[in-house]
Design a protein around this ligand. Structure first.
Ligand code: NAD
Ligand code: UDX
Length: 480
């Protein structure tokens, strides 16, 4: 939609009370749950209801046993425990919660489209559109509608059009539209929410911006609350993720060059990151970035660039994703090569399946692609992860046994030592702290010789590792 077609009438100009008393969040996922828990915790005077169509997820959020929450995040149980039942509620009564709310966050999933126009790149906005229609139908009085999901630039115009149609029916309802993208990272969601680098609010209605700012000011210093127009806010989120992912592909490319030349990527990263213009963060080489955001958001950026005829810009960003996939295949190929060119029928212990440490999330985890490649080669994988369930791995890899044609298959083990028993190699794919403190002598004793450790996260210190045991050959990302 062109800028001129975005209405600047009532939708952006209705006076609102700057005091929010009731919030509804549509979507009780990795973002909606933790974000609303922190808002409720920090704003005890505001009633916060998180709604979802997924009744199992809501039931898990309401489970009296806080270790059963559907999202694993360090510290989340404590925050939920403080606020739940007081001013934090989880419910499937979507319309009821919207009707009661002064402000509605839309925090639903926006995955890459799998079919139709833009398949493989564009974001699938069907859940966002459905949410906007539900808000248009159920809202009462004046409601501030806030995009919390990560969205293609100009999505607010679509939501506005749906909301305006409801206003136009002459019902007593009006809306203001804001963009407030979420920058939390999984595994550190609670500290990220409690002390954010910045909170970004995009919009055109000063009163709505002030109302949402006032919520965040309960715990975020005012100078960290940035305001922009809607489109800058939407695009800033995609750009931030693209820049972060770009750094990872950059260092992973250099890691491969380090392995070929005798340099050590950790030393290179330290030297490069010491330049204050570059900075030290996000220079950790690994098996490639995973998670639900980076790939999806870059592909979305690529799609948008092509849509606006910016082919060179699209090709530039597309390469960040291409290098990421290459890195995953490269690691699987390298394992096969080191194990004498075949892993058929060989037992390989896989340490870590989550896309990073301290989360139970496996979306786009590099472990999935690496395991799939090795299964195709006929390997017998034994997987250990402190938080990922067998049911989730079955969704990601399929059934444990691949059947008669391919000897490949996988099973779970409850400890690294159990997984390594009789294995030719251990693959360290997620940097869980406990994998950094294993008894490698004990593990070496139960492995088949010659035994390998492939540390795809550079979690171990090679000097300490080698001095502690001589019987496992070590390959480390970015060092060889
Ligand atoms: P998620 O899949 O974990 O949760 C989304 C939830 O929305 C699901 O439980 C789903 O059932 C629910 N839902 C979908 N349509 C609905 C509807 N019409 N009514 C009620 N509920 C509905 O997703 P997530 O990881 O929380 O991500 C949500 C958004 O936040 C995405 O746009 C994502 O890109 C963005 N984001 C994610 C992260 C992250 O770390 N996961 C960080 C920043 C931003
Ligand atoms: C990311 C962004 O960091 C966050 O701001 C945004 O809101 C959502 O997307 P998340 O995907 O949860 O957060 O985790 P992040 O810490 O960014 O890690 C993403 C992936 O990159 C992981 O697979 C991680 O292991 C990998 N990574 C990260 C590296 O390989 N090297 C690094 O130096 C940093």
């Amino acid at each position: 939609m062109s800028a001129s077609s975005v209405s600047s009438r009532s939708i952006n100009q209705v006076p609102v009370s700057t005091t929010i008393k009731s919030i509804c969040c549509i979507g009780a996922g990795y973002v909606g749950g933790p974000t609303m828990a922190v808002i409720a915790d920090r704003c005890p005077a505001v009633q916060v209801t998180v709604v979802d169509l997924n009744a199992d997820r809501i039931a898990a959020w309401n489970d009296p046993d806080l270790s059963q929450l559907p999202v694993y995040e360090p510290g989340l149980d404590v925050v939920v425990g403080r606020a739940r039942g007081r001013n934090l509620h989880f419910s499937t009564a979507v319309e009821e919660a919207i009707a009661a709310a002064d402000l509605v966050f839309i925090s639903v999933n926006t995955p890459t489209k799998t079919k139709g126009l833009g398949a493989g790149q564009a974001s699938d906005l069907k859940w966002v559109e459905a949410s906007a229609r539900t808000v248009a139908r159920a809202a009462q009085g004046h409601t501030i509608v806030v995009e919390k999901s990560t969205l293609p630039v100009r999505t607010a115009a679509v939501i506005q059009e749906i909301l305006e149609a409801a206003e136009g029916r002459g019902e007593q309802k009006t809306f203001s539209m804001l963009s407030n993208p979420e920058f939390l990272a999984e595994g550190t969601a609670i500290p990220d929410l409690e002390a954010p680098d910045r909170v970004l609010i995009g919009g055109q209605d000063p009163e709505a911006i002030e109302a949402l700012s006032a919520i965040y000011r309960q715990w975020v210093p005012a100078e960290r609350i940035l305001t922009t127009n809607l489109w800058s806010s939407e695009l800033s989120k995609l750009t931030a993720n693209a820049f972060l992912a770009q750094r990872i592909s950059s260092i992973n490319g250099i890691a491969a060059l380090c392995e070929a030349t005798g340099a050590d990527v950790r030393e290179v990263a330290r030297a490069v990151g010491a330049d204050s213009r570059i900075g030290a963060k996000f220079l950790q080489a690994g098996p490639g970035f995973g998670g639900s955001c980076f790939q999806k958001d870059i592909l979305n950026l690529v799609y948008l660039c092509r849509h606006y005829g910016l082919e060179e810009v699209a090709a530039y960003w597309e390469q960040v994703v291409a290098l990421n996939s290459w890195q995953q295949h490269r690691i699987a190929r390298l394992v096969v090569t080191k194990l004498f060119g075949t892993v058929t029928g060989k037992r390989l212990a896989v340490l870590g399946f989550a896309f990073k440490a301290d989360t139970n999330d496996t979306r786009e985890s590099p472990a999935i692609q690496i395991c799939q490649d090795l299964l195709e080669e006929g390997a017998q994988l034994v997987i250990v992860d402190p938080k990922v369930s067998e049911a989730q791995i079955t969704k990601d890899l399929g059934q444990g046994s691949l059947g008669d044609v391919n000897p490949g298959g996988w099973q779970m083990a409850s400890s690294a030592a159990e997984a390594a028993a009789g294995a030719d190699a251990v693959l360290l794919l997620t940097e869980w702290a406990e994998f950094g403190a294993l008894d490698w002598d004990g593990i070496a004793a139960v492995m088949r010789q010659p035994a390998w450790l492939f540390d795809a996260r550079a979690l171990l210190d090679p000097e300490i590792f080698h001095s502690a045991n001589a019987t496992i050959k070590l390959w480390m990302i970015g060092k060889g």
